[in-house]
Design a protein around this ligand. Structure first.
Ligand code: PLP
Length: 496
């Protein structure tokens, strides 16, 4: 059904009010002599004039157009769009947490510091590391923090190592972080099974290797079975191993980066540990390290002295502060609540279910799509739309068609080493009915590609806005409301 607000964008009418402000009791203030001339408006701001009911409907209509985990399936690979338990929100809103200030004396925020300290300890166990910093505010910032520690570690030993090795299936943030941290990225090609090619790796490892960045299971959802040999090769050359743990859904309670030989790891609490994400923020990308890297961790470090929790700024080899205060406290609290709610056994079951769900969906879909790496996967898997491409329909078209059925599409065209890639991560929180319904729709779309491709090529059909000009949307985004332009756009987007 098309709603009133979909048809009419401009709902402002002169003189209509939605608020009822009391008379000002400060009298008239003449701004002319209080503000610099160039800051004073000649004409009043053109603000929309609407009633309270209209504004309520406007924002409700906007929110209904949004797709989120609370209103539908969201199998976005490498992003772990799992359910965000509501108890996390309740805890994050407790006054003792939400109404404190980061500059309060530490004696008055012992509870908050206790949560941070315990979370550090728990994440150290989960990753098999010796210490953790909670400061970085995203996965990418965690990577950069880790690499700055790599740099400091080698420098302290009097070594200049300039190269960071990254497999071709890696998340784009890995080479980006290496570059920002001042390293040169060397890409290691995968072998035909989608795993790190050990022989290729050996060719590139040397006295200039600062670190290898890897994720295991890798971005194809496959477990690197030669991980111990890989770690040995890098360590023998004096390099460090960095684990991209953004998506830890396959290893929780099963294994740890520490036991695989890694020295540094970041986690995305806004993925694996149920922090809400999407829409840009806020995230949390804690970093764990083995003992030899502890001196380089960011300050302040949250520590326990006798029965008191303290902030320790006094670490001479520290890379310094990487974020204001102590991290995104609200997201850290949610992750702590999640870990405490699940417990050891619960976290292990998360991995088992996530892997089971991914393999179930993979098995249902493999007959209908090309499967370049058809083997047991971990928490996610990739398919290729190359069979459909031969019929003139691309993966992008199929992704758009999914919107007609109320699904957020999987990640597409990533990783880069798979043609027409679809990367699917169902997560453990979905029911079998949801997985089956999604599989049925994917199979239907595969059949449409053969029998009636135009329905896919012209999708989406049921959304408020049809297919966007993606280049224009990226190059000339309209981020500000301008009344006249809005009227124009209304015409442009109007559907017949
Ligand atoms: C999401 C993700 C990142 C980056 O995390 P951000 O919080 O978006 O910076 C890095 N690596 C992998 C594998 C990811 O999935």
């Amino acid at each position: 059904m098309v709603e009133y607000n979909d048809l009419i964008f401009e709902i402002s009418r002169q003189g209509r009010v939605g608020s009822n402000l009391p008379e000002s009791d400060v009298g008239h203030v003449d701004l002319q002599d209080k503000l610099p001339k160039h800051l004073i408006r000649d004409v009043p701001a053109e603000l929309p004039e609407v009633s309270e009911l209209q504004i309520a409907r406007h924002y409700t209509a906007l929110s209904n157009k949004n797709h989120g985990i609370d209103n539908g399936f969201y199998p976005l690979g490498s992003c772990t769009m799992k359910y965000n338990p509501k108890i996390n929100e309740t805890v994050a809103r407790l006054e003792g947490f939400s109404r404190i200030h980061p500059y309060q004396p530490v004696e008055t925020v012992q509870g908050a510091l206790e949560v941070l300290y315990e979370l550090q300890e728990e994440l150290a166990v989960i990753t098999g590391m010796d210490a953790v910093t909670l400061q970085p505010s995203a996965g990418a910032q965690g990577e950069w923090t880790g690499l700055m520690m790599v740099k400091a570690y080698h420098a302290q030993k009097g070594e200049t190592r300039t190269k960071v090795l990254v497999p071709d299936s890696a998340h784009g943030t890995n080479p980006a972080s290496a570059t920002v941290a001042g390293f040169e990225t060397i890409t290691i090609p995968s072998n035909k099974n989608g795993l790190v090619d050990l022989e290729e790796l050996k060719k590139h490892v040397g006295s200039d290797t600062a670190a290898l960045m890897l994720t295991n299971p890798n971005t194809l959802g496959l477990f690197e079975t030669e991980i111990l040999e890989i770690a040995e090769v890098v360590h023998e050359a004096g390099g460090l191993l960095y684990y991209d743990g953004a998506n830890a859904n396959a290893i929780l309670g099963k294994t740890t980066p520490g036991s695989m030989g890694f020295d540094i790891v970041h986690l995305n609490l806004h993925k694996t540990f149920t922090g809400p994400h999407g829409g840009g923020g806020p995230g949390a990308g804690p970093v764990g390290v083995k003992a030899k890297l502890i001196p380089y961790l960011p300050v302040p470090r949250v520590e326990k002295e006798n029965d008191q929790y303290v902030l320790n700024y006094n670490e001479p080899l520290s890379i310094g502060r990487v974020k204001g205060y102590y991290g995104n406290f609200g997201i850290l609290l949610r992750a702590y609540t999640y870990i405490r709610t699940m417990g050891n056994v619960g976290l292990r079951e998360v991995s088992e279910s996530a892997v089971l769900h991914a393999n179930y969906l993979r098995k249902r879909l493999e007959p209908y799509f090309d499967a370049p790496y058809s083997q047991v996967c971990k928490h996610e898997f990739v398919l290729s739309g190359s069979r459909q491409k031969k019929l003139g329909v691309r993966t992008l078209d199929m992704a758009k068609r999914l919107l007609d059925f109320g699904y957020h599409p999987p990640t597409i065209y990533f990783p880069l080493n798979v043609e027409e890639c679809l990367m699917i991560e169902p997560t453990e929180t979905e029911s079998k009915e949801t997985l089956d319904a999604f599989a049925d729709v994917m199979i239907q779309i595969a059949k449409e590609v053969e029998e009636n491709p135009s329905v896919v090529l012209e999708a989406p059909h049921t959304t408020v806005i049809g297919r966007l000009d993606e280049v224009k949307a990226a190059r000339q985004p309209i981020l500000r409301y301008v009344k006249e332009e809005a009227a124009e756009r209304e015409k442009e987007f109007a559907r017949s």
